[in-house]
Design a binder for this molecule. Sequence first.
Ligand code: P6P
Length: 337
Amino acid sequence: MQIGTTVGEFIIRQQADFPHATGELSSLLSSIELAAKIVNREINRAGLSHHILGSMGQTNVQGEEQQKLDWYANEQFKLALAARGEVCGLASEEEEDFVAFDPLQGRHSKYVVLIDPLDGSSNIDVNVSVGTLFSIYRRLTPVNTPVQLDDFLQSGRAQVAAGYIIYGSSTMLVYSTGRGVNGFTLDPSLGSFCLSHPQMQIPTQGRIYSINEGNYLKFPAGVKQYLKYCQAIENDEGRPYTARYIGSLVADVHRNLLKGGIYLYPAGSNAPQGKLRLLYECNPLALLIEQAGGLATDGQTPILDLPPQALHQRTPFYAGSRDMVLRLQGLLAEHGA
Ligand code: P6P
């Protein structure tokens, strides 16, 4: 597919292979594009519009201080996804429970969406890249009935599509519908996301490890052994590796996806189950990473195979280049996860 192809053209050409496609998913994705462009505009001028910077003076369901832009992004994606009728419900990091959309608008809506509308938002005040994460499923319950919690608690393997938007030096939409991973860069002069990274593949080996070493004393023994391996002065595989940790999940994973590397957020005494959320952070990234040839695991089980029990459940998260994740998993098995 030619560089510069817009998302809409890309989907039409992909659907040429799938005549049964109804266009609903492409319409849903274009809702996400629209909301992303609106959020992008506010992020880009956040320093100028003080009503949008800083904290809401309240905490979200996670107990985290809610930024004004968190809430703004949540509302924009909710409005865009509710407007066209393909989506019957939304679960969000910013909402304690799932939100059922007006059944009249989505008479035959067959999708549910889970979203982290603005991950890493505390970085906005210091002009560091942030991201939106989304995960799309077909509902399990019949259309024209009220959406249920079970519609959202599906295995990551059942995702129809997943992706992220990274609001960085450029703004990109990276997503997969299960047929590879493609990256689209926003062309501000056109107001369109245009294909810039077709069929993204993560190198099987990399030299970058991303982890918050401030938590070192709380890491499992296997993680400590892996860091020792990364930092050893050896000639093989380019060790010692390079530590790169932005503290913004989408930015760290995006860099590793392009250059090779591993992102680690272990469980620890400060986060007994890990910090990252399974449904709307780890599952969408795990789909992309696996589709790009990498691995994503909780240390023992592939992320996409973890059984969801609750909307906001957390999990340890290790993801990236295949050989790096396999080595880490071996050390976790040998020394303790
Ligand atoms: P820590 C941001 O709050 C976030 O959810 C991710 O974007 C990021 O990777 C992680 O938390 C950073 O967490 O504990 O290292 O500050």
